[in-house]
Design a protein around this ligand. Structure first.
Ligand SMILES: [Zn+2]
Length: 392
């Protein structure tokens, strides 16, 4: 391990005075190499660090051929570099990454599930484990065990092993790479080859919370949070819970039951409303039929298409005839005349050329117009005769 990678030898170093070794342009960015660095480059599942060099914010850090490149939006002047690490971001990555090692080891040791991949992102952390299904008991058991190991405050150390020494420790897995391996050991519990940065003791992981487990490509994807992220998640959820408690005026323990009963009441109210609406429509239909004559033309911009259809059907249950309801931008057309026009075709042939969109069956159709004048033009094509000439 090169001495210049201070994020390994001194993972808590947050500031550094050093020299600029080289810098070159790449597109509109500048790649800077320092004599030594505190910035971790993207790798081993862990995102790169951020921070500033001589006050210029870092955009990215990557490693190529053993050299760490610092990507900046502008070139640096002079030969000196003063580097400042965004420690909050780094420590967050350390908490999530060490937590992942711990959690993966628990799943393997307690249940025999191996970790196939690890994601450490801004939004979430997850591992894919070789469990076709993870029971709620296993989820709870693994979470409990991981938090016990955090409280045991086990030392976490890193060291390099030569290939001939690989057998000296129970390695979690041996990567298919030649040469020495960097090992991260959770004392006496886990020995994983890893190039990431880690906390010094498991206690610094703080807290590990499993959020959910879902099936993924024959395995299980387990989402979790560690440390500060877990606390923030708890804080946010507590806020939601507190606000619901005050909104519904019930103790927290009764929250779920109360929401269930409120939803049940809502369902019953909706059912009652539906019944009353049907009854109201029936009354309305009777009044309209007794006071007017077919073809009935109604302007009802306030009601829904479904209500308009219901009303038209209710009217035609009482009398033979035709009903046209104008909802503002939409017309609902219905009749029950054996010789009446084919309404679906009428819309297609007469309304569509005017810009109308819609269609329907021989006895029921609807059409939408973006412009009121188009709707009026179409209405003008529907004189009394269109219904009467073919009707008995
Ligand atoms: Zn790792």
């Amino acid at each position: 391990m090169a001495i210049s990678k201070l994020y390994y030898s001194q993972p808590r170093l947050r500031e550094l005075e050093t020299r600029i070794v080289s810098q070159r342009e790449q597109g509109d960015k500048h790649l800077v190499v320092l004599a030594e660095t505190i910035f971790y480059p993207t790798g081993g599942g862990q995102p790169h660090d951020l921070g500033t060099i001589n006050g210029v914010p870092l955009l990215d850090v990557f490693e190529e051929g053993g050299t760490v490149y610092h990507v900046l939006p502008q070139p640096l002047t002079g030969g000196e570099a003063f580097a400042v690490l965004n420690w909050e971001r780094r420590f967050d990555h350390m908490q999530q990454h060490s937590g992942q090692h711990l959690f993966s080891a628990v799943f393997q040791d307690e249940y025999g599930y191996k970790t196939e991949s690890f994601h450490l992102g801004e939004e979430y952390c997850s591992i894919d484990i070789t469990a076709p299904l993870l029971s709620p008991e296993e989820q709870l058991g693994a979470e409990k065990r991981a938090n016990e190991l955090i409280l045991e405050d086990l030392p976490v150390s890193t060291y390099t092993l030569q290939p001939e020494e690989f057998d000296s420790v129970p390695l979690r897995k041996v990567p298919d790479l030649p040469g020495p391996l960097r090992i991260v050991e959770i004392q006496g519990f886990d020995y994983s080859p890893c190039s990431g940065t880690h906390v010094e003791r498991t206690g610094q992981i703080g807290l590990l919370k499993l959020l959910k487990a879902e099936k993924y490509k024959g395995m299980t994807r387990v989402y979790f949070l560690c440390g500060q992220r877990a606390w923030e998640d708890y804080r946010r959820k507590h806020e939601i819970c507190t606000s619901l408690v005050s909104l519904l005026a019930v103790p927290e323990a009764e929250l779920e039951e109360r929401i269930r009963s409120e939803l049940e009441r809502k369902k019953e109210t909706e059912k009652l409303l539906e019944e009353l609406t049907a009854e109201l429509i029936q009354f309305r239909a009777q009044k309209l039929v007794s006071e007017g004559q077919s073809p009935y033309y109604l302007e009802l911009p306030g009601i829904s298409v479904a209500e308009a259809q219901q009303l038209a059907r209710a009217m035609l249950n009482l009398t033979p005839g035709a009903v046209v309801i104008n909802l503002g931008e939409r017309l609902v057309l219905t009749h029950n005349l054996p010789q009446g026009p084919h309404l679906g075709q009428l819309v297609k042939e007469q309304a569509q050329p005017l810009g109308g969109r819609g269609g329907g069956s021989p006895t029921a159709a609807q059409v939408f117009f973006a412009h009121p004048h188009q709707l009026q033009q179409f209405l003008a094509l529907l004189p009394r005769e269109i219904w009467e000439k073919t009707a008995e």
